[in-house]
Design a protein around this ligand. Structure first.
Ligand code: ATP
Ligand code: MG
Ligand code: MG
Length: 551
């Protein structure tokens, strides 16, 4: 097992194993398939699957599908893909809360028979009024004292579709005066005449989250049911159901703080609004904090997992600086991304002492000392492109690493050149540099001792390919778009996507989608998962090279 920072849940588990309460650990990740997973879910995934790994147990993937109108197979599929991509394997088959609808229904009947649940016909507005408020106890529903027989009959009618939506619900009979609002006779079944993505039209009544969750945990033998803090107030209800039903096990719920990251929103509802409002191109737009968006951006599973593992598992919600996430992205890419060359603002260099048809090929490793990353062929010809910023019209000490007339520069993985002159267009822009190749300088300093101070990236003018570069920046300008002080849609960064063209070395056209490169001196770029092809290469900016450098 890998060493993870000790968190309070790991402590509980350690104790439970030591004192024999459990001999095997079972956790679960229980998303509702009503949208794509985001970075907050990644934390929950890393925690739940991580605990199972750490303690030699298992983690289930369970779709918590009790709201048929909002749930779709598209989301089920994307969630499975995201969990696998992060590198986790769920135990056995995938579970659905809907697999347990028969059992949950029987348990609802059980509660009715015990006199612990009743069919209530208050309208939603009345029910709200009867519920009271935080500083005012609720009132008993006039339907609370129905007989068991009447409740059984009415619940059967609910199930048969004899009531319209909103006309009746099944409620647990607990305590309308409880200071905990969740204990004031919560609804456990409601009528929804909706098609369900798993059970089709079998049901027109569906269990509430609270009635389904703990019981599903019990059915699956979950030992530690980990959820976010907003469910802390639901724990007494979770326990009440487990106590009052003949469940096969007695799981426990533990809560930890939600992950929020500045400059991001982590709520499916808001992410959906960005997609449906056309602000982004889809759930997997590289600017989205979704797992599929981060994937398309070039973030790696390792980086995301390292980030999640670095976070405290706290009993309070917290906001993490986006720089912390970016640190882990850079850290992984710096160690593992192959290096290659792309010129974004091209300036032509013509080498006067080479023939027009000069062709030479350098075999260059993608990274020093990383043979596993392979190598590529870099064609070298009389005409090259370097970046405009690497040539200066006039020499100054500040620019001593730059190319300028009478000075030398080394082509990365290539020869040393000396600039002889340059040409300008009518507007005064430099359009071409004329240079001389210094002989015998491949991997060697010039024999005359005049060493170049700088190294520049370059491509062969004849062989370079054009690539679309999608330059992404933060989606929000406001550090706290989710604060609720203003509409999060108002702080969208209008320049979060700028499309540029770059000239890439030819080998890069043929790379596999999703390979992330360090374009030397430019940034980390990934071959787009969907749009990159050899004929039309497309790269997305994953992240800049340094935290202090603007994109
Ligand atoms: P959202 O509010 O974005 O819709 P959710 O909590 O409703 O998210 P679920 O699909 O119900 O989403 O969540 C699945 C699991 O992921 C739950 O256990 C939930 O507590 C956890 N989770 C969701 N968001 C976060 C977050 N920001 N940080 C940590 N865990 C999260
Ligand atoms: Mg939810
Ligand atoms: Mg939610």
């Amino acid at each position: 097992a890998t060493a993870k920072p000790v968190n309070f849940i790991a402590k509980v588990i350690t104790e439970d194993l030591e004192n024999g309460k459990h001999s095997n650990i079972v956790t679960r990740f229980p998303p509702e398939p009503n949208g794509y997973l985001h970075i907050g879910h990644a934390k929950s995934i890393c925690l739940n699957f991580g605990l199972a790994e750490q303690f030699g147990g298992q983690c289930n993937l369970r779709f918590d599908d009790t709201n048929p109108e909002k749930e779709e197979d598209e989301y089920v599929n994307s969630i499975k893909e995201d969990v696998s991509w992060l590198g986790f394997q769920w135990a056995g088959e995938i579970h659905y809360t809907s697999d347990y609808f028969d059992q949950l229904h029987d348990w609802a009947v059980h509660l009715i028979k015990e006199g612990k649940a009743y069919v209530c016909e208050l309208s939603p507005e009345q029910a709200k009024e009867y519920r009271g408020s935080f500083d005012e106890p609720g009132k008993n529903s006039p339907f609370r004292d129905r007989s068991v027989e009447e409740n059984l009959e009415l619940f059967a009618k609910m199930r048969a579709g004899d009531f319209d939506e909103g006309k009746a619900s099944l409620r647990a009979k607990i305590d309308m005066a409880s200071p905990n609002m969740n204990m004031r006779d919560p609804v456990i079944y409601r009528i929804k005449k909706a098609h369900h993505h798993q059970t089709g039209d079998k049901w027109c009544i569906y269990p509430s989250y609270d009635f389904a969750h703990g019981q599903s945990d019990a059915i699956e033998g979950i030992t530690h049911s980990v959820c976010t803090l907003e469910f802390a107030d639901h724990r007494p209800l979770y326990d009440w159901f487990i106590e009052n039903l003949p469940t096969p096990a007695e799981p426990h719920q533990y809560e930890f703080g939600r992950l929020n990251i500045n400059y991001m929103v982590t709520s499916k509802r808001k992410l959906r609004a960005l997609v449906e409002g056309g602000v982004v191109a889809g759930w997997d737009d590289p600017r989205m904090p979704t797992i599929s968006g981060m994937r398309r951006r070039g973030y790696t599973p390792t980086a995301i997992r390292n980030f999640c593992d670095s976070l405290a598992v706290a009993k309070t919600d917290g906001t993490v600086d986006i720089a912390q996430l970016e640190h882990f992205i850079r850290d992984d890419l710096n160690q593992n991304a192959p290096r290659a060359m792309c010129v974004i603002n091209p300036l032509k260099v013509v080498i006067s002492n080479l023939s027009d048809d000069h062709e030479e090929t350098f075999s260059v490793p993608y990274m020093q000392d990383r043979e596993d990353l392979g190598q590529r062929e870099m064609p070298f010809t009389k005409e090259l492109f370097i970046d405009q910023a690497d040539f200066k019209e006039e020499y100054s000490k500040k620019f001593k690493k730059k190319f300028c007339v009478g000075k030398r520069i080394r082509l990365r993985h290539g020869y040393v050149l000396e600039a002889d002159g340059f040409e300008k267009d009518a507007d005064g822009n430099i359009t071409q540099v004329n240079a001389t190749l210094i002989e015998d300088t491949l991997g060697k300093d010039p024999a005359d001792g005049d060493k170049p101070k700088g190294v520049v990236h370059w491509v062969s003018a004849k062989h370079a390919k054009e690539a679309e570069l999608r330059t992404y920046d933060r989606l929000f300008l406001d550090a706290n778009p989710d604060s609720g002080k203003k509409d999060f849609m108002e702080s969208i960064n209008p320049e979060s996507l700028i499309v540029k063209t770059g000239l890439i070395e030819p080998a890069l056209a043929n790379v596999e989608s999703e390979t992330v490169f360090q374009f030397e001196r430019e940034g980390y770029y990934v071959a787009d998962r969907k749009d990159h092809t050899a004929d039309k290469p497309v790269f997305n900016l994953t992240i800049g090279l340094r935290a202090d450098k603007a994109l």
